[in-house]
Write a protein that binds this ligand. Structure first.
Ligand code: ASP
Length: 432
């Protein structure tokens, strides 16, 4: 049985078992509490810890390598800058759509406050409370900015799950930019080493995912045995919202970029890359789709090879619009679900992190989750919350990967057109 089917089964069985228990005995029955605390929760916790343990090496290697590649892009010159500009604009729009939609629809609200309190009490630890308190303390803009630049990046890494992640990522960014600007032969061993760290980190995630069906069962049981069905109504709304927002970004934003920047007919364009979109959907992995994307960009869309191979290769890891949009919705949804109010400033922080996450997320199935877990902890939402979403993640993962890959080819088409314009202007000038 494929893993995602097992994870889905974990969700269904956990929800059924928890729902029946909640409906029959109620959430506070002593034996129910015992099962929750001694069986279901520990399994869920171990699964989560496996994901958390790999966050620092994974993000560091992914971000440094991603930035170093974009840094190389500077050497490739204008093409790189144009691709980078489009990446920032498209990811920014994606996150805006996601966060806008989740704030309008509010899928995470409507949970009975009494039940939510029981749920929160299950998860409440002194540590989490401290984080919420810290988050509430108002800081001036200057203080916040100064704190983003760490004095001691190792200390930030140690505290990555408790608020050190952002400064640590800033360190990784600076390190990546510097790595791109030193002599190639000195940079090479560092890149190779980090490439190895990255591959190993992906393996750890793969191993953790093997435990996911049981972890999800445990986490969902905890939720369902306290909340009953209202949790699953919210979950359904959330999944629907993610799909609608992704479709909007694809149909409206990409089409506009293709029509007005790439000067192509969007319908024809999507038709040409249909095979790539299907591959992305089937594999839920940008990396696995890369060969198909390279082939189709050249043969079906007719993009120049130098531009498309460069933009698509970098984009497979460094440009993930669908993931950025999805992370924005998921984080705010879970905050609503747990009744955590986010200030406007925190929402902007989530936006910024989600855009960065587009660069730092590995292009593999479920690549988005380590980042989501960390951001949740940062804003005071229990990380266990992800158990609720993971059970239905496969189909959302498949869908956001389609956007990630389509976004890369869209950018390649736009950059090709801009370059063509410049080249022909140059030719006319020379000719005249
Ligand atoms: N599966 C996605 C990709 O490969 C990453 C993620 O959002 O989990 O593009």
């Amino acid at each position: 049985m494929p893993l995602h089917t097992k994870i889905f089964l974990g969700l269904v069985l956990g929800a059924l078992a928890g729902g029946v228990v909640q409906g029959t005995w109620g959430p506070k029955e002593p034996w129910v509490v015992w099962v929750r605390e001694n069986l279901a929760n520990p399994v869920g916790q171990i699964f989560l810890s496996l994901i958390f343990m790999i966050v620092v090496p994974l993000l560091f290697s992914a971000l440094v390598l991603g930035v170093a590649e974009i840094g190389d892009a500077r050497k490739v010159g204008r093409i790189g800058l144009r691709a980078l500009g489009m990446t920032v604009v498209l990811s920014g729009l994606a996150v805006l759509i996601g966060i806008g939609a989740v704030n309008i629809v509010k899928p995470g609200e409507g949970i009975d406050p009494k039940e939510r309190e029981v749920l929160l009490a299950n998860y409440k630890t002194a540590d989490a409370e401290k984080k919420v308190e810290d988050a509430k303390k108002a800081k001036t803009a200057a203080e916040t900015i100064v704190e983003f630049v760490p004095r001691n990046p190792l200390a930030s890494a140690v505290d990555a799950l408790g608020g050190g992640l952002l400064p640590f990522m800033v360190f990784a960014l600076i390190f990546g930019i510097a790595l791109a600007s030193i002599e190639a032969e000195k940079a090479l061993p560092v890149k190779e080493f980090l490439g190895g760290v990255f591959a190993t980190s992906l393996k750890v995630i793969e191993m953790a995912m093997r435990l996911a069906p049981y972890g999800v069962f445990g986490l969902v049981f905890v939720t369902a045995s306290t909340l009953g069905v209202s949790a699953f109504v919210a979950l359904g709304k959330y999944a629907g919202l993610v799909l609608v927002a992704l479709a909007f970004h694809l149909v409206v934003i990409y089409s506009l970029a293709i029509r007005f920047v790439a000067k192509r007919d969007p319908r024809r364009f999507f038709g040409q890359i249909r095979g790539v979109m299907l591959t992305a959907f089937a594999t839920a992995s940008s990396n696995a789709t890369l060969p198909a994307a390279l082939k189709s960009a050249e043969e079906d869309v007719g993009l120049p090879r130098d531009i498309s191979s460069f933009v698509l290769t970098v984009g497979a890891t460094a440009n993930q619009n669908g993931t950025a949009l999805f992370e924005g919705i998921t984080i705010i949804f879970l905050a609503q679900f747990f009744g955590v109010e986010l200030t406007v400033g925190q929402q902007f922080l989530v936006m910024g992190l989600a855009i960065l996450a587009g660069v730092g997320t590995a292009g593999v199935p479920g690549g988005a989750w380590p980042m989501i877990a960390v951001i949740l902890v940062k804003i005071g939402v229990p990380a266990e919350a992800i158990g609720i979403c993971l059970g239905i993640d496969r189909v959302l993962d498949m869908s956001r990967t389609v956007l990630n890959v389509t976004g890369d080819i869209t950018i390649a088409a736009c950059v090709s057109e801009l370059e063509r314009g410049d080249r022909s202007a140059l030719a006319t000038a020379e000719g005249g």
